[in-house]
Design a protein around this ligand. Structure first.
Ligand code: ATP
Ligand code: MG
Length: 568
């Protein structure tokens, strides 16, 4: 491919609108252009790289036994009512009506469409197991579209759906997809890590997210330094630390203590000179319009996802001042579990606490010497704390967890029978009995993966493409485009490399060498070959890897083979 035959438009300066390196670089290198918030055009170089991600994904899906289909992006709203998700995804779905006034949505995902399809297609165990996939545009009305392709309103996803005869049989389909994901991200040159993920209402250990670790990530994960354990903080567990005080030494009667204007945990613990972990932090949440109280040690935060799941609430958020006042009878800052008439959810680490301090649901008053078991109605304890760096690993005895940021590029999920039940997707088993299909779903953000590769692989001069994703693997720079011998040498090298299946771009522009070098670095082509009058005089080309600091000279004879060997 010749530079002058395609369209590449690079920018000299960082665009104002971009915050993270990969977004800046995508714009600067001319891979994408913005239409409006969360909507982008893939320019020729961006599109080439995107296609490379797609073909890796397609190859590995096929290898794992996936069968490709393409479903409509536009869907009748009623299938979302059938699954019961219309309300849950109300805010996220773009909704339209057709000329007959039928309600339609632009698909944010395709569980409903595929299950509707399969309920008609599959009817016997002989047709199972099956995994279908597609690569397609999804639409989501994100609250905060940002970071370019990372969180867009319109993006490209590979979504796959498996159908099995039973929960156990679905394990094999899940594992096949999991293994395919490991290969996909490896082939894309990405350092992605599988972490245990929140399973929403499903429970169990049957969902993993693939995270590209980077500070720009919107997700927080923890990983153990000593074992394989890693999890999204939305679901991460921790080892419960042992308590220093024992019942016998501290079981004094509960009493009140005056705490004038001491509202925060910090205020009270300083005022009373006690460690924050002895405080029973009591937070009121609004669960589908009703108050619930969460109790955690004073030095900890509540993990809202865990609590929402425990409570079984669809809409879950911190209660506002009015709800707190109404529920506790006191201003914010003095809530406590004693005589509090709302459902109480206490963290496991509070079990056995017998010298606690907590709000008395009265302004300027706290209780001390609180024994959770003796003085409150709490009978059971749950895991509702947000895990953080320094916590003990829940899987091994010695490990410590540390926190990392990550971008979710893929998600594998054992769904069970929820959708199949809703759509009556059944099959006849070997004994002739009617059974419900067990499903799994598996997503990869194709466009997000592309940008994540740049987020992970760049330097101060530009993109450093993993070879597999580079729009072109080799860039041949003709230093002076009016030097005939240079043009001829470049043309024949290009031809030879292309015959070897290598993607080559020849920079034939009438530009200063400096501009060509800069653009080549910015666009991140893995190998740069410079053809100049001087090098040709010595029967040589100058070759430099994008990752190397210095070029090497290779002889013109056999140059294509030498370059092929050099390719990362
Ligand atoms: P997130 O938590 O980041 O919003 P999600 O969990 O809602 O993502 P899934 O429904 O699991 O996303 O979608 C599968 C994949 O699609 C994700 O792993 C991610 O790579 C990609 N993806 C999701 N939302 C977006 C978006 N707005 N822009 C680009 N890619 C996205
Ligand atoms: Mg997800």
């Amino acid at each position: 491919m010749y530079w002058s035959n395609t369209y590449i438009s690079t920018l000299r300066d960082d665009p104002q609108e971009a915050e993270i390196p990969s977004h800046k670089l995508m714009l600067r290198a001319g891979l994408i252009r913005r239409l409006s918030g969360g909507l982008y055009t893939y320019m020729p170089m961006g599109l080439r790289a995107l296609r490379k991600v797609e073909s890796i994904v397609r190859e590995e899906m096929d290898r794992a036994g996936g069968i490709e289909v393409l479903m409509p992006a536009m869907q009748p709203r009623e299938i979302w009512e059938t699954s019961g998700r219309a309300d849950i995804l109300e805010g996220v779905m773009f909704q339209i009506t057709d000329r007959q006034d039928r309600a339609m949505v632009l698909g944010p995902t395709h569980e409903e469409v595929i299950t509707d399809l399969i309920s008609r297609e599959i009817n016997t165990y002989r047709q199972l197991p099956r995994t279908f996939y597609q690569i397609q545009t999804k639409f989501r009305d994100e609250i905060r579209p940002r970071f370019g392709l990372m969180r867009a309103k319109e993006f490209i996803m590979k979504d796959a759906y498996s159908f099995d005869v039973s929960w156990d049989a679905a394990d094999a389909s899940y594992q096949a997809m999991y293994d395919a994901y490991v290969r996909i991200f490896e082939r894309c040159g990405l350092n992605a890590r599988a972490v245990e993920a929140d399973t929403g209402a499903m429970g169990g250990n049957c969902s993993h997210e693939f995270m590209v670790l980077t500070d720009a990530g919107e997700d927080a994960i923890v990983e153990c330094a000593s074992c394989e354990y890693a999890a999204n903080t939305e679901r991460a567990e921790r080892r419960i630390p042992s308590r220093s005080t024992s019942h016998s030494e501290a079981l004094e009667p509960m009493s009140t203590v005056s705490t004038p204007n001491q509202r925060t945990i910090e205020d009270v613990s300083t005022f009373l000179d006690i460690p924050a972990e002895r405080m029973i932090k009591t937070l009121i949440f609004n669960a589908d319009g009703k108050p619930v109280a969460a109790l955690v040690p004073g030095d900890r935060d509540v993990c809202e996802q865990k609590l929402a799941q425990l409570v079984g609430a669809k809409n879950f958020e911190a209660a506002d001042e009015a709800m707190v006042k109404n529920a506790t009878g006191a201003p914010v800052g003095f809530a406590g579990p004693i005589n509090l008439d709302v459902p109480l959810f206490a963290d496991r680490s509070l079990e056995g606490l017998c010298d606690g301090i907590t709000g008395a649901n009265q302004k300027d008053l706290h209780y001390c010497n609180v024994s959770i078991e003796r003085d409150t109605t709490i009978q059971t304890f749950h895991d509702i704390v947000l895990v953080k760096s320094g916590d003990g690993c829940p899987r091994c005895d010695t490990g410590t967890l540390s926190e990392r940021r990550g971008v979710e590029v893929g998600h594998v999920f054992k769904l069970g029978t929820k959708y199949a039940e809703a759509f009556g997707a059944t099959f006849l088993d070997e004994g002739g009995d009617l059974q419900t299909l067990t499903m799994g779903c598996y997503g990869i953000g194709i466009s997000r993966t592309l940008q994540s590769a740049i987020e992970q692989c760049h330097d101060e001069n530009g993109i450093v493409w993993p070879s597999a994703l580079a729009p072109f693997q080799v860039a041949i720079l003709i230093l002076k485009n009016d030097h005939e011998a240079s043009c001829e040498a470049a043309a024949s090298l290009c031809e030879e490399l292309e015959a070897m299946g290598i993607d080559v771009i020849v920079d034939d522009r009438k530009e200063r060498p400096g501009v060509k070098f800069k653009d080549s670095d910015l666009l991140g082509f893995p190998v740069r070959v410079v053809v100049s009058e001087r090098s040709l005089a010595g029967d040589e080309f100058e070759v430099k890897l994008r990752t190397a600091s210095d070029p090497v000279m290779i002889s013109v004879a056999g140059a294509a083979n030498s370059i092929k060997d050099l390719l990362p």
